[in-house]
Design a protein around this ligand. Sequence first.
Ligand SMILES: Cc1cc2nc3c(=O)[nH]c(=O)nc-3n(C[C@H](O)[C@H](O)[C@H](O)COP(=O)(O)O)c2cc1C
Length: 168
Amino acid sequence: MNKNVFHKLSYGVYVVSTWDNGRPTGCTANSAMQITSSPATIAVSINHDNYTNKCIKETGRFAISILAEDTPALIIGTFGFRSGKDSDKFSEVKYSVEDNMPVVTDSCGYIACEVIDSMETATHTVFLGEVKGAELFGDREAMTYSYYHKVIKGKSPKNAPTYLPEAE
Ligand SMILES: Cc1cc2nc3c(=O)[nH]c(=O)nc-3n(C[C@H](O)[C@H](O)[C@H](O)COP(=O)(O)O)c2cc1C
């Protein structure tokens, strides 16, 4: 099996956010997709070891902030290489509360969801969310996962579903 072909799948780059007992938290994720338009439904895949996973399970809610090509890479790093378990990521990143969810202001916009179902895989939980609110923040170009790798020269940590060890 040539797992390098997985790199030909297309994604965006998002911050999946939720609440931790009233404190905003979340993580970077590429694995978000629209499942259907009516009722609007979104799926995200979040690693069992990510603090965000536990918080989504507790609140039953998540939002995705759709990052833009010119969203600072620091935001991707803050949310993607640290854990909300021992750091307060949103204290360093400008956010607003929209449809009762914390969302990254420096983004294309957000989609706020209520979890309606979930599925466990060996490593990740796939959360299915019914959309409760969504808005655009201006007219910005969304960052693709390919842009993140090729232009920003970003890396993917082990907890990203798309992680491949360098040797493969
Ligand atoms: C570009 C990028 C994409 C990522 N995609 C995902 C993803 O789709 N699902 C996931 O569980 N983790 C993904 N991660 C890893 C998490 O963001 C990372 O493990 C984070 O530190 C978890 O934070 P938390 O413990 O606060 O939830 C990604 C990271 C990066 C940088």
